[in-house]
Design a protein around this ligand. Sequence first.
Ligand code: GDP
Ligand code: MG
Length: 441
Amino acid sequence: MTLETLSDSLTKIVKKITFASLVDERLIKEVVKDIQRALLISDVNVKQVMDLSKTVENRALKEKPKPGLSKKEHVLRIVYEELVALLGEKKEFLPTAGSRIMMVGLQGSGKTTTIVKLSKFLLKRGLRPYVIAADTQRPAAYEQLVQLSESMDLTVYGEPENKRSIEILKNGLLKAKKTDVIILDTAGRHKSENELFEEMKEIQDVFKPETRLMVIDSSIGQQAGAQAEAFHEAIGITGVILTKLDGTAKGGGALSAVARTSSPIRFIGTGEKIDDLEPFDPDRFISRILGMGDLKTLMEKAKELDELDEGQMENILKGDFTLLDLQNQIQSLKKMGPIGNIMKMIPGLGMSLPKEASQVTEEKMDKFITIMNSMTSKEKKKPKIINSSRMRRIARGSGTKTEDIKELMKYYNTMKKALKSMMKGRFGKGPLARMMRGMPR
Ligand code: GDP
Ligand code: MG
């Protein structure tokens, strides 16, 4: 089971929620069990798994869905949020010209490979990496670096015959330019090897790197947490890079264990090739692993809905839909594309919206807002009073034509009518009303 397998089982869980006929306690308990199984197989710490399950279950059962989210979306959102929380916060890695980076970690963890990957990352951002090869233990460590960086514009400083890493470091520093990002490759070390730990500190005293990155092979699973902590105690690491996530069953364990330490995960390595390195972003990582690009959209939608003011929802619920509501709605929904798209995302709504209302372009929405900005608040609250002389005034004020005002009024009336009928529905409980109250479909 690799990360892909974890992704598969989590994707199945998402599907289970999406296609469930009923979102009830039984389904939630089942989903929580499935999540537990997937995470435990991925070597996530038992206590972390239990904490997460409890939170998901409690939230799914007790929290009321936000108005605008269906019960399914509500549960999906909680699963998503809690998985993201398991992986900690995103920490940007932004070295600048003149930065100094020391790479440490056990032998074979992927330091040298990652240095070349990181160099490429820096080159793409207009920085100039300069690598000092100070691993004096691995045979042909310098040659490995040169070979890996063959296709890149990377300067590697090395003294293949010299066995004293401090000397190499000092000489290498003399040749570095002021604006170079200096990356130091070191020998693999083990935490029980006290002597080597001491040497690492010596190197640190000479190099004085503000960035100390630890490279960890993620196939050790949750052990990664203890390893990061041991190195942190010795030299105060500023971040972790987890490698080989592409080939391990224990990726979830490694990620969640390191996330719990005080050292943030900066990058993840997902393959042997030079491009297989990505900045670590829990949000993006989880949406990918859950196999749903849409989930990201759902989260954004939820955030936008959070921003909608509650009174406005209430008004719409009561059937009072004014131009003021329309203005607010357009403003808060504009970021998400044509209003029809939003409506389509809300279960039960997409079908019922009249075509002309759902085909309003972004450009038109902008125009509508300009027009509404030229209206008095009285006009917006009581659109009925807008007669032709008011229309002419509004058109003049907003630099538009009276036809534009008429179009807006037509759009407003269509929306109002559509909302009204959706509120009522056939049995007095239209889909919109249910949606607003967050009731399951
Ligand atoms: P070092 O001893 O810490 O410098 O480790 P190396 O950079 O020499 O890497 C050890 C092995 O791990 C090499 O065969 C690399 O190709 C491999 N490796 C490093 N990172 C990754 C990764 O993200 N995915 C995979 N599949 N292999 C990796
Ligand atoms: Mg190496």
